[in-house]
Design a protein around this ligand. Structure first.
Ligand code: PLP
Length: 372
């Protein structure tokens, strides 16, 4: 199999698996127990907490582990609104956010809060003036992702955070696809991350919180995670996220260079019939979302079963509807259904990528031949 679906998930790094190994077998103590073994597990969790905070790189603040980034984002949105001062009843977000943000916003809207969903241009980027126009003293939270999971474009999160601060609103950054790949700019008050997108294990994410910006508690119980999210932590998963975050920081430059080379090689092989969806310049280049007129993307995927890649028009939970992101950048249904997403990274070789792209090209031409 050639794996080109790095935005969906990434292979666990061998270094991460090795760091986790003792914590899934012989080191089984409860990290909240006072015994020597419990304290050893708690200390390992604190090392991991620091590693993740350092990879986020915003300094100060605190970090709570969660079961996923979806959980961290739900918590940040709902918990911030719960704690917001009277009069701050609105959220400003973007039409191309992840469902974890958009569906939480819809849920809050159903409970009477206001939600402004900003549009993006054909390049997938937000117009900063539209952010400024949407902000006033009624806004509690601005939620914008750093790197888009479908089209890879990088939003101006730092500038948006500065605008949010001016009106006294908090800023939540979904950095799930950005951590370890692009720098998280100064400014966000809350940052959500996920281990399995950075060569760590599934089942763990985290929410970084600037001091004073902590949302209302999410889960009540034993008082773990500063009383904000109770429940026994998994040392193995925490250590896995920590090791993955540390590795991502250490390898950021090498990974970046590798991804740039892969992007160039893939584009050279694709040829001019394919168009890149979203900005090419303001982009994380391990995400190649492309379309070709007349191609049935779903058929390409089923014809090429030994290559793992995604529909550019990732259907919302199998609903068959084209992606909200591709629609937001102005693609019609037909264009969206002719788009695919190739995601590559640290462990992708140039040979496998070029060979996959060649076969995708051949299969697309075969479809044209059939249609002619
Ligand atoms: N945000 C973005 C941008 C993502 O790509 C994803 C995963 O698809 C999530 C949030 C949710 O992450 P998790 O799988 O940890 O819930």
């Amino acid at each position: 199999m050639i794996y080109l679906d790095y935005q969906a998930t990434t292979p666990v790094a061998p270094e991460v698996a090795e760091a986790m190994r003792p914590w899934v077998s012989e080191k089984f103590a409860n990290p909240h127990a006072p015994s020597r073994w419990g304290r050893e597990a708690a200390a390992a969790i604190e090392v991991a907490r620091n590693q993740v905070s350092q990879a986020i790189g915003l300094g100060g603040g605190s970090l709570a582990f969660t079961g996923s980034a979806t959980e961290a984002l739900n918590w940040a949105l709902k918990g911030t609104i719960e704690k917001a001062h009277e009069g701050r009843t609105r959220i400003v977000t973007v039409a191309t956010e992840h469902a974890a943000v958009l569906d939480s916003c819809e849920w809050l809207e159903g409970r009477g809060f206001g939600v402004t969903r900003l549009p993006v241009g054909r390049d997938g980027l937000i117009d900063i003036d539209s952010v400024e126009a949407a902000l006033d003293e009624t806004v509690a939270l601005v939620a914008v992702m750093l790197v888009n999971n479908e089209i890879g474009v990088i939003q101006p999160v730092g500038e948006i955070a500065r605008l949010a601060r001016r009106v006294g609103a908090l800023m939540l950054c979904d950095a799930v696809q950005g951590l370890g790949r692009v720098e998280i700019p100064e400014g966000p008050d809350l940052v959500a991350v996920s281990a399995h997108k950075i060569h760590g294990p599934k089942g763990i994410g985290a929410l970084w919180m600037r001091q004073g910006a902590e949302p209302a508690p999410l889960i009540h119980g034993g008082g773990q995670e500063q009383g904000l999210r109770s429940g026994t932590l998994s040392p193995a998963l925490c250590v896995g996220l920590g090791a993955a975050a540390k590795l991502a920081s250490e390898r950021r430059e090498a990974d970046h260079q590798h991804v740039e080379r892969l992007w160039d090689a893939a584009l050279a092989e694709l040829g001019p019939q394919w168009t890149v969806n979203g900005s090419v310049e303001q982009r994380y280049r391990g995400n190649l979302n492309i379309g070709r007129e007349g191609v049935d993307a779903a058929r390409l995927i089923s014809d090429l079963r030994d290559i793992a890649f995604s529909l550019g028009s990732a259907c919302a939970s199998g609903s068959g509807r084209p992606s909200h992101v591709l629609r937001a950048i102005g693609l019609g249904d037909r264009e969206a259904r002719s788009s695919i997403r190739l995601g590559f990274g640290r462990y992708t070789t140039e040979e496998e990528l070029v060979s996959a792209v060649r076969r995708i090209g051949t299969a697309a031409r075969a479809q044209e031949g059939l249609a002619a």
